[in-house]
Ligand binder design. Structure first.
Ligand code: DAT
Ligand code: MG
Length: 137
């Protein structure tokens, strides 16, 4: 059974969208294996987004991701990595299709950068790495 890390980001928590996102997860039939609310820390965010630390917008990502509590957890289900990414939609909300979480709920990028509601691991390797980073072995 495949597993993936998911995050419901601080903008979604502030905008009271947690229930609607979890509703979509459950309707799709994924199992929530772990789930907790916490304010993400810079040290682990640097590891989580290791491929982006050198980008000019990296501080906008960490400011956003630490701007309030987030929901972080583990989903399991057949093909959950790609399936959850499909449900999330494109990274830039302006390009995310209607019917996707980002397409339906995310706000347009502004001077604070991209705020796009949810995270999902992008491969089996990322999923294993991210699950260990946030939840341990
Ligand atoms: P995704 O979250 O779809 O996996 P990613 O891993 O490439 O996308 O990037 C992680 C987050 O960083 C993304 O959700 C929003 C932010 N981000 C990515 N590319 C960006 C860009 N060009 N400008 C501003 N923020 C960006
Ligand atoms: Mg990513």
């Amino acid at each position: 059974m495949q597993k993936t890390l998911f995050i419901i980001k601080p903008d979604a928590v502030k905008r009271h969208l947690v229930g609607q996102v979890i509703d979509r997860i459950e309707r799709r039939g994924f199992t929530i294996e772990r789930m907790e609310m916490l304010t993400l820390d810079l040290e682990r965010l640097k590891k989580h987004y290791a491929q982006l630390v050198d980008k000019p917008f990296f501080s906008s990502i960490t400011n956003y991701m630490m701007s309030g509590p987030a929901i972080i957890g583990i989903l399991s289900g057949p093909g959950v990595i790609k399936s959850w990414r499909d449900m999330m939609g494109a990274t830039n909300p302006g390009e995310a299709a209607p019917g996707t979480i980002r397409g339906d709920f995310a706000t347009a990028p502004d001077e604070h950068g991209i705020q796009n509601i949810v995270h999902g691991s992008d491969s089996e390797e990322s999923a294993a790495r991210e699950i260990e980073l946030w939840f341990g072995k």
